[in-house]
Design a protein around this ligand. Sequence first.
Ligand code: HSE
Length: 377
Amino acid sequence: GALEGRRWPQLDPECHERLMVFVDFAAPGSREGTVVGAAVTDLGSTVSAAPELRVALAGCGTVGGGVLELLTDLPDVRVTGVAARNIDRARSMAPSRVALTTDPARLLDGDPDVVVETMGGLGAAHELVREALGRGLAVVTANKDLLAEHGPALRELARRHGGWLGTAATCGGGAPMLERARRLGRRHDLTVLRGVVNGTSNWILDRMSEGQDLGAAVAAAQTAGYAEADPTADIAGHDAARKICLLAHAAWGLDLPPARVAVSGLEDIDAKVVIEARHRGRHPRLVASARRVADGVHASVDVRFLPPADPLHGVAGVANRLELRDDKDERWLVDGLGAGRWPTAQAVLADVLAARVRRQSSRTNEEWVTELRRTGS
Ligand code: HSE
């Protein structure tokens, strides 16, 4: 997550030894809270005043436009360029000194430290991300399709060239699902991930429970800015399938291709069945699940009619919730708004801030090594 840190030793009044208490202060705009007592981020002994962070933004639509607004408000961040299909719209949103282009590849001319990709799709977005990682830059992407299809190769590219790939916005919107799965996966033997991870379909199922038909509910979801431009992936369950693959990677480090997920979506749900279920106190939810098995992961996405005792029953509107279980049947829930401009833009921002911390800490290390060499110690 996006943490900036200071840490200091404290004296324990009960004993005469010095105790080191680690404190990580959450940065402004961070989705992570301040952490006391657990050394989660090694930032080195000092964090110098922040040098300017140069950020290029590809895509200026629902999410990208939100990101631009948040970035523009941040001190020590300079937006070096914005690539947008609709230049006039981007011009009305971007500060005047920002270079605008319709060609995402041109963004690299502005010498950014971080490239934010919110364009979506595979073609130009894939080329830009690949080129930026190949130059050792930090890339923050909200592109689930890209990660689900090319995640392993992109991660390898980042590793080889010293780049960094921030993906918080690809799953759970404002809910830190990937981060939680990654952290818990390091300390626990996770066995099951199970969640409502598509806000649009959840919102639509709520409308259907109230008697609206699928077509009208989809149109309303698009107007509200939840559904993708092409809502097929939301409705048919493919968006949720991509997300469960990304979660499986975070939890277990395994590359699960979306084609291996058994998927069925909302298209075949009878509106009457939805209303009847509601009368029996059951809520329809598009549930994505992944179970660790001896030879890998079994994953599926389908509509379930959940009883009130189920932790996913009460997830309403565009909220998302992920349940994680381990081999001792310990359980965790991660909650948050899963779709829409601001939750997703905040998740992108958290990764941009994480990239800044990463850059500062590596600078600090370099400076430290230089100092050691200079003094010969
Ligand atoms: N269309 C997606 C959803 C957007 O509804 O969950 C966030 O990934």
